[in-house]
Design a protein around this ligand. Structure first.
Ligand code: GDP
Length: 205
């Protein structure tokens, strides 16, 4: 597992506090409770890396995890790689001012972060394409930022329903967009290997 060596680096409240904007990173985004922390833990193989089932109102943060260095380029120059866990979006109980703060910080992060190679968007396969998801996908399409969607909690559906949900989702997103999508599930491991490969492709792009 190429994501195995992930290590907590820091938690930030503003993008200026993130690690230096060098190398390559992939950001994880999603509505709160979609299953983002569980997905991060499954991908890295660390049960406690990202905190799951957070209590509403808990301080939200951007969290940086370092990965083992990826070698790339013709000179095989070492490139530092990271995963960034963005704050979950849409807690009902978060005060409006804090929500606005994160809307602003996430927006700036997406626009300004030069080392950002792509976004992994976590959606609940039973409720894909909520407002936040549409905003994120629209942003990626407009700016040609690659986005890989994990339609998680697939274990809540039959295999047939899950693949149907994927087909419907892909149709809605349309062709000729920098968006890929797959079915994912933490308890039964569905799609975990494919998702790791997708993260590595983004980092190496
Ligand atoms: P986050 O707020 O997006 O980080 O969501 P969490 O990772 O904390 O997950 C929210 C809830 O969904 C928790 O109760 C998890 O156990 C559950 N969950 C996450 N992923 C899956 C999954 O693939 N299948 C099922 N059945 N439950 C999941």
């Amino acid at each position: 597992n190429p994501l195995q060596g992930a290590q907590f680096v820091l938690a930030a409240h503003r993008i200026q506090q993130l690690p230096a904007d060098e190398g390559a990173e992939v950001a994880f985004a999603g509505r709160s409770n979609a299953g983002k922390s569980s997905a991060l833990n499954a991908l890295t193989g660390h049960k406690g890396l990202a905190r799951t089932s957070k209590t509403p109102g808990r301080t939200q943060q951007m969290v940086a995890f370092s990965l083992p260095t990826v070698l790339r380029g013709e000179t095989s120059q070492a490139v530092e790689t990271r995963l960034i866990d963005l704050p979950g979006y849409g807690y009902a109980k978060v005060p409006e001012a804090l929500r606005e703060h994160w809307r602003h910080e996430i927006d700036r992060y997406l626009h300004e972060r030069r080392s950002l190679r792509g976004v992994v968007l976590i959606v609940d396969i039973r409720h894909p394409l909520k407002e936040f998801d549409r905003m994120m996908l629209d942003f990626c399409v407009r700016t040609l930022l690659p986005c890989h969607v994990l339609m998680t909690k697939a274990d809540k559906l039959t295999r047939n329903q899950a693949s149907q949900a994927l087909t419907v989702f892909r149709k809605e997103i349309g062709a000729d967009v920098p968006v890929t999508a797959q079915v994912f599930s933490v308890p039964d491991g569905t799609g975990v290997e494919d998702a790791r490969a997708a993260v590595m492709r983004l980092l190496e792009s």
